[in-house]
Design a protein around this ligand. Structure first.
Ligand code: SAM
Length: 274
């Protein structure tokens, strides 16, 4: 059993490794937590499971027990060596040594086309949580139905909260395409090394048929967040005088920034600018 304090220490010692902070390595050492994450993922024989950041393989080991096929994508070469040794001859596991943010996910999923759905499961490296979720959701790959993931509790709480204001690009994607539920809260003591923050596991169901907003709208939001410190007036790709006029009609200040308005207001501005 990899998910224990003893085995984690032994594996690290055997391979002469220490958890690498640069890659956000905090290994799960509580098997009960892993069991719950996997059982709540509702994996069926039709599911292709993609695990981001398998590390030493604690979660991978449980996933392999119930999944027809697991693809584990890990950035750290040193972990790849451990995984290959831990899971020799495991036919339903494909280990890929790559940065998840750089991988061509559509192409990968296409290679396993016999599976009807894709479930992405991860104890995410916290330093890139938003980037990873943004990448998956904005891909709009209809086969990806669900993301089950551990993240920092504070980040999770924001994703669970319904917000009127446009808080972030990720939040707009989540609020419009997904249904988010809490699977469990996880104590710092369930990890080695022990992180500074508490964690939460969320189930993010992607409602692929519910694309409420068109692509153009997302492009605009993404552009506006690139210049988040700038005013909306300076970021929107329209004639400034026209925008000033629209702001006046909608009673919006000229100094307003993207995270100070609602989706409805942005929709109105775009509608009137066309
Ligand atoms: N799944 C293991 C567990 O639960 O014990 C390890 C989780 S640890 C929090 C995050 C893992 O993600 C590490 O193994 C780290 O090397 C890996 N990782 C970090 N950045 C990554 C990236 N961009 N692409 C793929 N894996 C990454």
């Amino acid at each position: 059993m990899i998910a224990s304090k003893k085995e984690t220490f032994e594996l690290l010692k055997k391979h002469n490794l220490i958890a690498n902070k640069k890659f956000g390595q905090n290994f799960l050492i509580n098997y009960e937590t892993i069991k719950k994450i996997v059982s709540q993922s509702e994996i069926t024989p039709n599911s292709l499971v993609i695990e981001i950041g398998p590390g030493l393989g604690a979660l991978t080991q449980e996933l392999l027990n119930i999944s027809k096929q697991v693809i584990a994508i890990e950035i750290d070469k040193k972990m790849i060596k451990v995984l290959q040794e831990n899971f020799t001859n495991q036919e339903n596991l494909k280990i890929i040594n790559e940065d998840f943010l750089k991988i061509d996910l559509n192409n990968l999923i296409e290679q396993y086309s016999k599976y009807q759905e894709v479930i992405i499961i991860s104890n995410l490296p916290y330093y890139i949580t938003s980037d990873i979720l943004e990448k998956i959701i904005s891909l709009k790959n209809k086969k990806i139905t669900k993301i089950v993931t551990m993240m920092q509790k504070e980040v999770g709480k924001k994703l669970l909260k319904k917000e009127d204001k446009i808080e972030s690009y990720l939040k707009v994607l989540i609020d419009n395409y997904c249904t988010v539920n809490t699977i469990m809260h996880v104590s710092k003591n369930d990890f080695e090394p022990r992180p500074k923050v508490d964690s939460i596991v969320l189930k993010i169901n992607i409602n692929n048929d519910k694309y409420l907003l068109d692509d153009y709208f997302y492009k605009i939001i993404k552009e506006c967040f690139k210049g988040k410190r700038k005013t909306l007036l300076n970021t929107l790709p329209y004639d400034k005088e026209k925008i000033k006029e629209i702001f006046k009609q909608l009673d919006i200040k000229e100094t307003v920034r993207i995270d100070e308005i609602t989706i409805k207001q942005l929709k109105d501005i775009i509608e009137r600018s066309k």
